[in-house]
Design a protein around this ligand. Structure first.
Ligand code: ARG
Length: 588
């Protein structure tokens, strides 16, 4: 079903056309002055130039075609030519009732597309760090939003599992345990089922190797050699690499699960490998590559470029492939496997040049159709209070699980100090703390437009007031407890009556705007607007709750209608929280 705003637009467009004006002028928006009206149309102002008439004249010509419509309580013209609309309370109640009767609260769907969302991008054997946090939570939200709106969506983690870090770890492990069968080139037996390393080994081996490679040129060469041999299929290295992958992915899945993040595909850069040869052939056939200092490169600059656009390096003189090569090969794989209409890359904005280059070359080479959308959903950095990318106290990169644990610990402290603590067992306190901590982190991030940097401020994120995850959770908990109390008193939600107060009216109109907000967020690939509407809804509910003694209301019809409204609010908040993959504790 089309959103209320779009249906009103259709009505106003008709009214413009019937008065002899351009139909397109009839676009309706939610009013920015809810004290004056609920909806407005500014088309008469735009129309003045086209029709060479004053905006007031146009608006007054259109007005009679609208005033007759009984969905409106009033339609008025305000200088310099706004058309202001207020819906009738009966119509508002009907719309609210329709919403309540619908499983998905009458929220819209979009024209169905197949969309691949590439997000996460963790590197095997390196721990997840806060830089991967934003990719995970923004990507998960966008994936769920696109799916909620009816699209076929494939979330792919795109593991970094094929680069130099693999050779580094192989070489480092060789230093520690040279006698492992994986290193014996003459070994012909089966490789052991058990992994020779644990996740702790991996987290130790990588930094060790990385530091060594910076000081020890020979070690670095050996690691590059090992990487190449792995990529060429040396049996022992491949077997070892599989173990690294297994151990690492199991660990990644645990961290992601805590964040409510899950992927449909656990493909990695290595899965693009079979597509590299075909890629090179296509580029060669189309004469897009040439040799420069032994490296194979491709030009992607365009005449209209305002900033320099360096060529894409496809392979270096030693034959090793680069980041861009993998991304291009992956595009061929995705086109083959999913034939997507769009591919979204949820990756740090600092990689924007990389994606510009990759997208241009992909189009030039015809890896995807001209109308396939390749989109870099860039995001800013999460900073510490010093305004610089978030670090540990020692100045190192903070691992994601440590970050989540710290949010959980802070949430737990608050719970222990609060009223509800006495009603909760230890295990329950732990569960509640985890849910609150995660919501705090997620909404602290997602309330900001993704392109913006923000400061990680746990105290602020955990507050139950303000635009925070815990505030939303708390609002739902409050509504649930109210509904439970009502049930216990045999008072059930019932038919929605025309609104009794301004707050009630405003709350319902706000609920009617959610569909438009979702469409907008999808269009912009920016979920922060959804956060804003959730906070608006929660705020209006809290005002409504404060203004009315709901359970004590003696008129049963009014009470049932009020309970119906808050049940609607609860369903809406939960449905939206689900897009954010955020749980609500039972008590808090
Ligand atoms: N692994 C990369 C990193 O840690 C991110 C990968 C992003 N996705 C992509 N298709 N390039 O920086």
């Amino acid at each position: 079903m089309s959103t209320l705003k779009n249906r009103l637009t259709a009505i106003v467009e008709e009214a413009f056309a019937a008065a002899g004006y351009n139909k397109e002028l009839g676009a309706v928006t939610f009013s920015d002055r809810p004290d004056l009206c609920q909806f407005q149309c500014n088309g008469a102002l735009t129309g003045a130039k086209i029709h060479r008439k004053s905006p007031m004249m146009i608006a007054n010509d259109v007005l009679p075609n609208l005033s007759e419509n009984e969905i409106f309580k009033s339609v008025t013209v305000a200088p310099p030519g706004f058309i202001n609309m207020i819906l009738s309370d009966e119509f508002i109640a009907e719309e609210a009732e329709k919403m309540a009767e619908s499983d998905r609260l009458a929220l819209p769907v979009t024209e169905k597309k197949t969309i691949v969302v590439d997000y996460g991008g963790p590197n095997v054997a390196k721990p997840l760090h806060v830089g991967h946090l934003r990719a995970a939570i923004i990507g998960e939200t966008l994936k769920r939003l696109a799916r909620f709106l009816g699209n076929d969506v494939i979330g792919d983690v795109h593991l970094g599992d094929w680069g130099l870090q693999m050779g580094l770890i192989i070489s480092e492990l060789y230093r520690e345990q040279p006698s492992l069968c994986y290193f014996d080139e003459n070994y012909t037996g089966e490789y052991p089922a058990e992994s020779p390393v644990t996740i702790d080994d991996l987290s130790r081996l990588y930094p060790q190797a990385s530091a060594r490679s910076k000081e020890d040129e020979e070690f670095r060469m050996a690691a590059m050699q090992a990487t190449k041999e792995l990529q060429n299929g040396r049996a022992g290295y491949v077997a070892l690499w599989r173990k690294f992958l297994e151990v690492s992915v199991a660990d990644l899945k645990r961290s992601y699960a805590r964040l409510g993040v899950d992927f449909d595909k656990w493909l990695g850069e290595s899965d693009a490998d079979p597509y590299v040869a075909p890629l090179l052939k296509i580029l060669d056939d189309k004469k897009l590559t040439y040799l420069s200092d032994g490296a194979l490169i491709a030009d992607v600059a365009e005449e209209t470029d305002e900033e320099p656009m360096p060529p894409v390096i496809i392979s270096k003189s030693d034959g090793s492939q680069l980041y861009a090569t993998t991304d291009l090969a992956t595009i061929i794989q995705r086109a083959e496997d999913f034939n997507p209409n769009e591919i979204w890359y949820v990756v740090d904005s600092r990689q924007s040049m990389h994606f510009k280059q990759v997208f241009r070359l992909a189009k030039k080479a015809g890896l995807v159709d001209d109308d396939t959308v390749l989109y870099h959903v860039g995001f800013g950095t999460m900073n510490g209070s010093d305004g610089k990318p978030y670090k540990t106290r020692e100045g190192g990169v903070m691992s994601l699980s440590v970050l989540i644990d710290s949010a959980k610990a802070a949430a737990k402290e608050r719970i222990e100090a609060s009223e509800v603590a006495k009603d909760l067992t230890d295990a329950e306190r732990d569960d509640v703390a985890e849910k609150i901590g995660i919501a705090a982190i997620k909404f602290g991030d997602l309330i900001n437009h993704r392109a913006r940097d923000y400061i990680f401020d746990l105290d602020r994120f955990l507050a139950t007031e303000g635009k925070t995850g815990p505030y939303l959770q708390y609002t739902v908990v409050r509504i649930t407890s109210l509904l439970n109390k009502a049930m216990a008193a045999n008072a059930a939600p019932g038919k929605l009556l025309p609104p009794q107060s301004d707050t009630e009216r405003e709350l319902l109109i706000k609920l009617f705007s959610v569909g438009d907000v979702l469409l907008r967020a999808f269009e912009d690939k920016a979920p922060n607007a959804i956060c804003e509407v959730m906070f608006d809804i929660a705020g209006l509910f809290n005002r409504f709750y404060f203004e009315n003694k709901i359970l004590a209301q003696e008129n049963e019809e009014i009470r049932a209608s009020w309970l119906g409204i808050i049940e609607l609010v609860r369903r809406m908040l939960l449905m939206l929280l689900d897009i954010f993959s955020t749980d609500v504790p039972e008590k808090m």
